[in-house]
Design a protein around this ligand. Structure first.
Ligand code: MG
Ligand code: MG
Length: 266
């Protein structure tokens, strides 16, 4: 069943979502060659704890960390580890926060140093596809309208692979609620979008083919062809006319721009 949120509940969710955004901004400021993804995980973990919240992912079905950090051919659900990041790496960071009874869940992809135009386009198109999906997340539309908008832009217009095995989702008192929000599908199909629905929209887009596999760690999802992937995620509340975006990339983008180790001109 779909849980519709009251105005008061939406404000609590906004607080959780914005806390995730601030955590991602702190991570953005710390990314540089030589830093490990485990160090980035600790930064997010401390920030969440200092804000009297808990990390949604830690312990979720046994996931052992605060962040999912997925580098290069890892699409999502990557384990933070002791490997040092280097120039040219594409790093997707996904963070969830639980506070006041509600989850926030947002993700952003960063690149270190100079990257190819091909990778820049992958980042730009994936981020833009998120907003194209959000444009369709209005009262009266259907989940398939969001799905179609993302797939049309990334797959049909740019030739990228849209991951089929993982999808966006309803969000609230649980990290994953109904409905599922795929990044592929047909217009006019699926659950009807109604005012007060809160969903996480999260295109996972591969530079190459759509196929992925589970790494031997049991969690990390990697592209089958070894090519890189990008992932951006916002939490939104369905409204009449225009979705209310509960998370924010503003401070993340500012940190990305201010960090000279990161590529921000994509
Ligand atoms: Mg997420
Ligand atoms: Mg999510």
């Amino acid at each position: 069943m779909i849980h519709y949120k009251s105005k008061a509940e939406i404000e609590l969710m906004r607080e959780s979502s914005l806390l995730v955004s601030e955590a991602l901004a702190l991570v953005a400021a710390a990314i540089k060659p030589g830093v490990t993804t485990m160090q980035l995980d600790k930064i997010a973990e401390e920030f969440i704890r200092d804000n009297k919240a808990t990390a949604s992912f830690k312990g979720y079905h046994g996931f052992p960390f605060t962040c999912c950090i997925s580098v290069n051919d890892a699409v999502v659900h990557g384990f933070p580890n002791e490997d040092e990041l280097k120039n040219g790496d594409l790093i997707s960071v996904d963070v969830g926060v639980f506070k006041n009874g509600f989850h926030g869940d947002s993700a952003y992809t960063f690149a270190i140093g100079e990257i190819s135009d091909e990778l820049k386009q992958l980042m730009r198109v994936t981020k833009d596809s998120l907003y194209k999906g959000i444009e369709k997340a209005v009262h009266g539309n259907r989940v398939g309208d969001i799905a179609y908008a993302i797939q049309d832009y990334t797959e049909r217009q740019h030739g990228y692979g849209v991951v089929r095995d993982l999808v966006g989702h309803g969000l609230g008192r649980s990290l994953h609620e109904e409905p599922q929000v795929p990044n592929f599908g047909k217009r006019g199909t699926g659950a009807k979008l109604k005012e007060g629905m809160t969903i996480a929209i999260e295109p996972m887009i591969n530079l190459g083919a759509k196929d992925v596999f589970h790494d031997e760690d049991g969690w990390t999802i990697r592209t089958a062809d070894g090519k890189p992937a990008a992932h951006y995620e916002h939490d939104i509340c369905v409204q009449k006319g225009k979705a209310d975006i509960l998370s924010s990339f503003t401070s993340i983008e500012a940190a990305e721009k201010a960090n000279t180790n990161l590529c921000s001109d994509y």
